[in-house]
Design a protein around this ligand. Structure first.
Ligand code: B1M
Length: 213
């Protein structure tokens, strides 16, 4: 669809205004928010990822594209979130230490909020002790760890070990995800769950909550 292609193009150009205008126009045309997300924003980010890999663009270009993506997601957020009246549970979420990627993590946060969870988003580059501190502070049910780099994915195990050392490992369910993460890796580090994308993360969290309740 022409408009969704335009959104993808504007994202690749790093145009916040272009993406915002495109997303607003698509919503006015009653295109579903999920379709705009997948076929406009995520399609554009996929192209950026390929170009980055092939050295056709560099970090500044990727950064402006991510900013444009986040700007589009802010507009879509209310549409993606169906107002959850009662809290489904508490989730502490963050991208692990050393890792600055937040687009996927933000998407997970949105989907969880949409499923009625209270999300405490610690942001990016989050050290293990911060996860421990927040879990204790809010008495979280679930912790969501995101990592996009093969060099930072092992930090997830550090976080799990920090929960063990703090004596709270049995009190919290750990879910991991991110591009380099696999189910095998999740099992290896003794995480409780692996989710391949944001909607799976939200489904898993919903199932966990039903089991707890
Ligand atoms: Co980075 N980067 N980056 N980058 N970057 C990747 C990840 C890379 C694959 C690009 C490439 O080479 N093709 C590569 C990693 C290679 C590797 O480790 N194997 C890479 C690299 C190398 C780097 C730097 C080292 C580059 C450098 O400096 N030389 C550097 C590292 C900085 C750091 O973190 N310390 C770097 C920097 C950056 C920017 C800052 C410029 C920017 C991030 C900006 C931001 O996030 N605000 C950036 C970006 C944007 C990317 C790519 C292009 C896109 C990532 C993205 O936003 N995707 C990425 C290439 C790619 O992924 N194709 C790349 C869209 C998003 C919706 O998908 O985040 O995968 P994703 O999330 C998915 C799933 O993974 C999952 O759900 C989402 C979908 O629903 N998911 C979860 C994610 N977290 C989850 C948690 C869950 C469950 C599911 O449960 C809790």
């Amino acid at each position: 669809m022409e408009l969704l292609n335009q959104i993808s193009e504007k994202l690749q150009q790093g145009s916040v205004e272009g993406v915002e205008n495109g997303v607003n126009k698509a919503l006015e045309e009653n295109i579903e928010a999920e379709k705009i997300l997948h076929e406009g924003l995520m399609a554009g980010m996929k192209v950026i990822g390929e170009k980055f890999k092939n050295d056709e663009i560099f970090v500044p270009g990727v950064l402006v594209a991510a900013r444009a993506m986040n700007a589009g997601m802010v507009i879509l957020k209310p549409k993606l979130i169906e107002s959850g009246v009662e809290s489904a549970g508490k989730v502490v979420l963050g991208t692990v230490k050393g890792d600055l990627h937040d687009v996927g993590k933000n998407l997970v946060a949105m989907m969880l909020e949409g499923a009625g969870f209270e999300v405490y988003d610690l942001g990016t580059d989050v050290p293990a002790e911060k996860f421990v501190e927040k879990v204790k502070e809010v008495d979280a049910d679930i912790v969501g760890l995101s990592a996009l780099l093969t060099t930072t994915m092992n930090e997830m195990e550090t976080v799990i070990k920090a929960f063990e050392e703090a004596g709270i490992r049995d009190e919290v369910i750990v879910m991991v995800g991110g591009a380099p993460i696999t189910r095998e890796f999740a099992e290896e580090i003794s995480a409780d769950h692996y989710a391949k994308d944001a909607s799976e993360a939200s489904n898993i969290a919903g199932n966990i909550k039903r089991k707890i309740a």
